[in-house]
Design a protein around this ligand. Structure first.
Ligand code: CA
Length: 223
């Protein structure tokens, strides 16, 4: 699941993004309204966390644009205590929820989870062939052997992406985009190494699933 965070306070934006990342969400972060609006309109997100007071384009203007473009992402607004009027305007414009600053990060996470659960998008288990991946705990189970193994963050993102696109050829570019996203630095990401770690873990628990290299095209999960 993909979330866009639009917040101009760098430190707060980072805390939110990192915390959401540990919850297995894919996160893009924008530090001003213009970038936020551009991303909201050009990418597909399940949820957008939107600060109201933003440089260039404010949160309410972004919200209005999102709704006018029929973007279906859930929207949680971040507001200061003094912005009651803005808060009400936000609901008028179709915001799904709001959190008043200062807030505990856990509260925001709970509200994000609640919004995504509400639309049935939070699914705890992803399955393919004899594999079962718990996205809350990062535990991968082979249903035939009942063996389990913990999957570290980067490999988890890889595996999740492969399961969601099972039996399809996925290009390296698509993987970089999904797994490394905006922090993408092609040279330094050793995709082959991560894939090899992941293949080993799948093998260790006795699964028949394999991630095959498809010459010149990319990779494909089969099992
Ligand atoms: Ca702000």
């Amino acid at each position: 699941m993909r979330i866009l965070v639009v917040e101009d306070e760098d430190a707060l934006a980072d805390v939110i993004s990192i915390k959401l990342g540990t919850q297995k969400y894919e996160v893009d972060t924008c530090f001003n309204g213009e970038d936020g609006l551009y991303n909201a309109l050009t990418n597909v997100y399940d949820l957008i966390i939107l600060d109201i007071m933003l440089p260039k384009v404010n949160g309410l203007e972004i919200l209005k644009e999102i709704k006018e473009h029929d973007i279906s992402a859930k929207v949680i607004m971040l507001t200061a205590k003094s912005e009651l009027e803005d808060k009400l305007k936000g609901f008028d414009l179709g915001a799904d929820d709001y959190v008043t600053k200062p807030f505990h990060i856990e509260e925001l996470i709970a509200r994000v989870n609640a919004q995504l659960r509400g639309i049935g998008k939070v699914k705890d288990i992803l399955e393919y062939s004899d594999l079962s991946l718990n996205i809350r705990t990062s535990i991968l189970t082979c249903k035939n052997t009942n063996e389990t193994i913990n999957i570290p963050y980067r490999e988890f993102l890889l595996l999740e992406y492969f399961i969601k696109n099972k039996e399809q050829i996925i290009s390296k570019e698509q993987i970089y985009d999904k797994v490394w996203g905006l922090e993408s630095d092609y040279e330094s990401n050793n995709l082959e190494a991560y894939l090899s770690f992941l293949r080993k873990k799948i093998k260790i628990i006795g699964s028949k699933v394999n991630i095959k290299a498809v010459r010149n095209l990319g990779y494909k999960m089969e099992g």
